[in-house]
Design a protein around this ligand. Structure first.
Ligand SMILES: [Zn+2]
Length: 278
């Protein structure tokens, strides 16, 4: 077998490269079992599912795959498994026996092909900061805190930060949008309210935040959602209370980060993601 090489394109942090290296090592050793928990928190649960399905399709024995993961095989992975040593006619008949999974996959599809899932924080907020004014840009941040590795974990941390920022007298969480690990856009402070995320530079600037700290990078899903946000936050695809008053990607100050305005290391290595997708 031709040796695999881990390809790095400069866009991935050390954690992502470690996961790539781990997958290659497993393929080489033909170890197709469940994926290490740590990979979920690095790449997000969607990636873990996808990688698990791919390894399974490549030859994982069902007994080495958890029942839960086995039951969540995508239609694509099931087709790959069914295709093994079957004639096209047999494959067509076998695939026709998967209507439930296929229906479920179709129902969960979002209206636009690239529109991410959008979820409200659903926490008490009040505006005591006035109006954000005419938009001039975006400011990217990290929380300098834990990166939980699941969407529900991200939501739970942002609810905590909402309570903390209210306790500081800010009325609501300081940022306007959160990017969950799986690419879900979390609606935080309403877009027309002035934020509390960048001292002296909150007027006209929407704050965007990810859970995590130095040395970490966005997942591909987070980068895709960030790009979607910059191009679509002003459209009817965004709920009215969180809709931007202008196309963010056209603003002169799009893709800035906290350290562009204040003496801070925020947004760490996420800075590359905030700048490159803008
Ligand atoms: Zn910051």
């Amino acid at each position: 077998m031709k040796p695999y090489r881990v390809v790095t394109n400069g866009m991935s942090g050390a954690d992502v490269q470690a996961v790539k290296g781990g997958i290659v090592a497993r393929l080489r050793a033909r170890r197709f079992g469940g994926l290490p928990k740590a990979w979920d928190s690095t790449m997000g649960p969607r990636f873990a599912d996808m990688a698990g399905d791919a390894l399974h399709a490549l030859g994982a024995a069902p007994s080495t795959v958890s029942a839960a993961r086995h039951g969540r095989l995508t239609v694509g992975a099931q087709r790959m498994l069914l295709a093994h040593r079957r004639t096209p006619a047999q494959l067509a008949r076998a695939t026709a026996r998967l209507p439930t999974t296929r229906r479920r996959a179709k129902a969960s599809r979002q209206p636009g092909p690239s529109k991410p899932r959008i979820v409200r924080l659903q926490a008490a907020m009040a505006n005591n900061q006035g109006s954000i004014g005419a938009l001039t840009g975006t400011v990217g941040h990290y929380t300098a805190g834990p990166r939980p590795g699941t969407r529900s974990g991200d939501l739970s941390y942002f609810r905590q930060y909402n309570a903390q920022h209210r306790g500081q007298g800010w009325g609501a969480i300081g940022y306007h949008y959160g990017l969950a690990i799986d690419g879900t856009i979390l609606l935080l402070r309403p877009a027309s309210w002035r934020g509390c995320h960048t001292a002296g530079a909150n007027t006209g600037r929407l704050g965007i935040v990810v859970n995590g700290g130095p040395g970490q990078r966005m997942t591909a899903a987070q980068r895709a959602s960030y790009r979607w946000l910059l191009n679509n936050a002003h459209t009817s695809a965004m709920p009215a209370s969180h809709r931007a008053s202008a196309r963010l990607s056209s603003l002169p100050g799009v893709g800035k980060v906290h350290k562009d305005y204040n003496a801070t290391s925020c947004a760490g290595d996420f800075t590359t993601d905030y700048r490159s997708a803008a």
